[in-house]
Ligand binder design. Structure first.
Ligand code: ADP
Ligand code: MG
Length: 607
């Protein structure tokens, strides 16, 4: 019998481990930027070629590395940031797992130049496939430059898995923004294919937010600032008028680390209750600082999720702090009395949270009512609400199957109707009643129009070019850099459905023409809304970019419930609906009309 178990060679073990840390160019960007921050840099430059597929370079003026450290840095589990396990509970740096450089060296061709201030000469190292090809002294400034070329050159399967340049670039910009937002005192720049995308002078948080999110936030931010012995929160929330129809500019940082937390997001949304429409999302950039022992950031290799020792207190604190800020700036005058009382009594805000106090507080009535409202099932419910607009994308599979069946049944039985043409009746500015030869149908105007537009846009995307109308005055559209990258990516698909949009340098675009069906004067809004909606998509959604775009557009452009329609408009709507190949439901499976047949009506009346 021969033994069959072998130890994996280092380079293969590293490649496998790399899979966890480096999924795409943007993950490498995040790790390299964080290393530069940890090294105490005050200036950090990011240089990208081909969305990071050819080159990712980070140049910093931080501490640099000694010759030995430069070599050691690429070993797996090599870190200067923790020594003993207890250190895990007092992490003040962004990195600590000692995996990033080893992973990067396993899946790319890496060149490192680095020098410490006390050394006259720096070190140069060339490494690929975890093998050091060259190591020699070199002249270099104080600091570090790491270039990472041809990511996944030795793992073709993963290279093929990468998305389009525009999509990968968008991920890079997201990661760049998350790091740059957290460290406004550091200069950051981002250069992509020779073009300056960001140039962020060092400054304060407010300046950084405006640099990144755009000047429209100036004068529209409310400062949040609360300190207790247990934790501090600071940052800004957008005034209610900056709320967006989809989750837009929402940033949470815990100890300077960007995190995704539906739970904390819910806390902020709650603070805006009754101030913004139910289906819109507040903008915010919030920082929570607390004792690292109170959190576990080691729950995920990329450290974007963390566990709090006591989540409920954080929730209550965040919500109270935001409410307080809004009240102080009299954004929420109607809340004044009750809110102040509530906040004053709120233990999490007022008192340092020692263990005994925590104990006492959690038995107090206020605390109980406060937390009871925020139990998990509440939050789940709201999470679904947030996705309401997108339920077609998330629940599509299920619904598609259902609606196909429905379509089949209804088509054979009902369609086409012969209408008794004379009259259409609009009810509640939402429903249209149309008499048919054997009963009547009740059409939902918004859903019906959504179906009509969906089929028009789909037809356009299959070659029947959509008629476009030239804008009388070309409309210019100035976007935040990240949004510009996204719009650039959507341009070809937009042109198919009749939008003629041209890049006009430095994140500006000009809308030359829009689909003939789109209301003139509304072009700019509709593109901005589209971008917002797109940002909201998670990448694992199964629809193609074009399908998402079409669904977004048809939903967005549909006549809304509540709009008064003339006889002529109702007639056109109903006629166009029944010219559709699938008139009876929207793309996401909501019914567009209900039919009431005479015999059914008779039965209902016992006739
Ligand atoms: P971690 O950041 O988790 O410690 P990395 O693999 O990212 O692990 O880096 C390994 C080590 O290399 C770091 O602990 C640090 O000492 C050193 N290092 C990495 N990047 C830089 C840099 N830009 N400047 C100075 N030292 C660096
Ligand atoms: Mg690191």
């Amino acid at each position: 019998m021969t033994d069959i178990i072998q130890l994996l060679p280092d380079n293969i073990a590293n490649q496998i481990a790399a899979g966890e840390v480096i999924q795409r160019p943007a993950s490498a960007v995040k790790e390299l930027l964080e290393n530069a921050v940890d090294a105490g840099a005050t200036e950090i430059q990011l240089i990208i070629t081909d969305a990071g597929k050819s080159l990712i370079q980070v140049i910093d003026n931080g501490n640099g590395m000694s010759e030995t450290d430069a070599r050691m840095a690429f070993e797996r589990h090599a870190t200067s940031k923790i020594k003993v396990i207890e250190d895990l509970f007092k992490i003040k740096t962004m990195g600590f797992r000692g995996e990033a450089l080893a992973s990067i060296a396993a899946v790319a061709q890496v060149e490192l130049k680095t020098r410490k201030a006390e050394n006259e000469l720096g070190s140069f190292i060339e490494i690929e496939n975890s093998i050091v090809l060259k190591q020699e002294p070199c002249a270099y400034n104080v600091g570090t430059s790491i270039s990472m070329k041809n990511l996944f050159f030795n793992v073709p399967a993963r290279r093929n898995f990468l998305k389009s340049n525009a999509a990968e670039m968008r991920h890079i910009v997201d990661e760049f923004i998350r790091v740059a937002m957290a460290f406004p005192q550091i200069f950051f720049s981002l250069n992509s294919n020779g073009q300056q995308v960001f140039y962020l002078e060092a400054g304060n948080l407010k300046q950084r937010i405006i640099q990144i999110l755009g000047n429209q936030y100036n004068a529209k931010m409310v400062s949040v600032h609360e300190e207790t012995d247990y934790m501090n929160i600071y940052g800004f929330v957008g005034k209610p008028e900056t709320a967006k129809k989809t989750r837009g500019d929402q940033y949470f940082f815990v100890n300077s680390r960007f995190i995704k937390s539906a739970y904390l997001n819910h806390a902020v949304n709650g603070a805006f209750e009754n101030m913004i429409a139910k289906d819109s999302f507040p903008s915010y950039v919030l920082f929570i600082d607390l004792d690292p022992a109170q959190i576990d950031i080691n729950v995920h290799p990329t450290k974007q999720e963390i566990k709090f020792e006591d989540e409920k207190i954080i929730y209550a604190f965040v919500q109270a702090a935001v409410k307080h800020a809004l009240a102080q700036f009299s954004i929420a005058p109607s809340l004044d009395f009750t809110l102040n009382a509530e906040i004053q009594n709120l233990e999490a805000v007022n008192k340092p949270f020692t263990a005994e106090k925590k104990e006492a507080a959690s038995s107090s009535n206020l605390f109980k009512t406060f937390t009871q409202k925020n139990q998990a099932h509440f939050i789940e419910k709201n999470d679904k609400n947030e996705l309401k607009h997108w339920k077609d994308f998330y629940e599509s599979e299920k619904q598609e199957v259902k609606s196909e069946k429905l379509e089949f049944e209804q088509k054979t039985i009902n369609s086409p109707f012969s209408f008794l043409h004379s009259q259409f009746i609009q009810l509640h500015n939402t429903y249209i009643i149309a008499a048919t030869n054997n009963g009547f149908i009740l059409v939902h105007q918004q859903l019906a129009h959504e179906r009509i537009l969906y089929e028009k846009f789909s037809a356009a995307s299959h070659g029947q070019q959509m008629p476009a109308q030239k804008s009388l005055f070309p409309i210019s559209l100035e976007l935040a850099a990240a949004d510009a990258v996204l719009l650039e990516e959507l341009l070809p698909d937009l042109s198919v459905i009749g939008y003629q949009i041209e890049p006009f340098g430095s994140n500006t675009f000009v809308i030359q023409a829009s689909p003939a069906d789109v209301l003139q004067g509304n072009e700019k809004n509709s593109i901005e809304l589209l971008i917002e909606q797109f940002k909201h998509f998670s990448s694992d959604v199964k629809f193609s970019k074009r399908e998402k775009l079409i669904r977004c557009m048809s939903r967005q452009q549909a006549i809304k419930a509540g709009q008064n329609l003339s006889q002529k408009e109702m007639q056109t709507l109903v006629e166009e609906l029944f010219q559709c190949t699938t008139p009876n439901s929207t793309a996401s499976g909501a019914p567009t009309y209900l039919e009431f047949k005479e015999d059914y009506l008779d039965r209902m009346f016992g006739k």
